[in-house]
Design a binder for this molecule. Structure first.
Ligand SMILES: [Zn+2]
Ligand SMILES: [Zn+2]
Length: 266
């Protein structure tokens, strides 16, 4: 979404351009996506005046919609009427506040983890909280369980139930196991990736996500890449990705980027 697209739309008759600062705030709030939950397109975004007054550019009165849903909002007797738009706007504002509070907590955990400070079990618990917190904000990702024993004696750190409507993420399978590595001294190595792949295969998971605070060796990345090009997808999430995800309003996009990277590696 570029500012020029938004400006082009506000040029229409009778409108006062939405100030750049307000545009930025609204786009951040909705995660640069159409506000209709089942749509979420990032293309051709426009600003809709919820109360019908095109001169009323207050933040509360502006809803980010894609061109298709914007046209629908202006159709007579449309289901996307003023009331529906008010609901959407309220939902977005509420979610944005929740994410803001949640982000502060995630930053607190992240800072703690990046110091050598807490050891062993405490680190494990912290990284699981961070990972679960990040993934739970992806629409349709439900943190089903934490610390589940697996048939090979080891355990799955987190299990995500995948009910997303996103066409890409829905291909990851109904359940996605997540493994977390909290140590800082050395990157995750190929045998650890292999062990996770083994665990996935045994449990018939098609996709897994591995978080590591110390990154991955080149061999580990290659192993994940070659598995991904066959039938098991393993998404590697390193420390830079975690930083990006904490700041991100669209964490689904971060996971998709990491998945694409895994696919291209190896
Ligand atoms: Zn409109
Ligand atoms: Zn839309």
């Amino acid at each position: 979404m570029s500012a020029s697209t938004a400006t082009a739309v506000t040029r229409r008759q009778g409108r006062i351009p939405v100030p750049a600062e307000v545009q930025r705030k609204l786009l951040l709030e909705c995660g640069f996506q159409c506000s209709v939950p089942q749509c979420r397109t990032t293309q051709a975004l426009e600003f809709h005046h919820v109360n019908g007054n095109r001169r009323d550019n207050r933040e509360d009165n502006l809803l980010v919609l894609c061109a298709v849903h914007h046209a629908l909002a202006h159709e007579p007797r449309s289901r996307l009427d003023r009331k529906a738009c008010i609901w959407l706007k309220q939902g977005i504002t509420k979610l944005s506040r929740v994410l803001e509070v949640d982000k502060k907590e995630l930053i607190r955990i992240w800072k703690k983890l990046r110091t050598e400070g807490p050891g062993g079990d405490e680190r494990g618990r912290l990284i699981e909280s961070l990972t679960a917190g990040l993934l739970a904000t992806i629409p349709g990702f439900i943190v089903a369980k934490r610390g589940i024993p697996s048939p090979i004696g080891d355990r799955v750190d987190i299990l995500i139930r995948n009910e997303t409507a996103d066409p890409f993420l829905s291909k990851l399978g109904p359940y996605v196991p997540v493994e977390c590595k909290a140590r800082l001294d050395r990157p995750v190595e190929a045998p650890e990736v292999a062990a996770f792949l083994g665990k996935m295969a045994l449990n018939r998971f098609t996709t897994g996500i591995m978080f590591s605070l110390s990154g991955f060796t080149q061999e580990a990345v290659s192993m994940a890449g070659s598995a991904t090009r066959k039938d098991l997808m393993i998404i590697l999430v390193g420390p830079d990705d975690v930083s990006d995800m904490i700041e991100s309003r669209n964490r689904a996009e971060n996971i998709k980027e990491a998945a694409t990277r895994s696919l291209l590696a190896g």
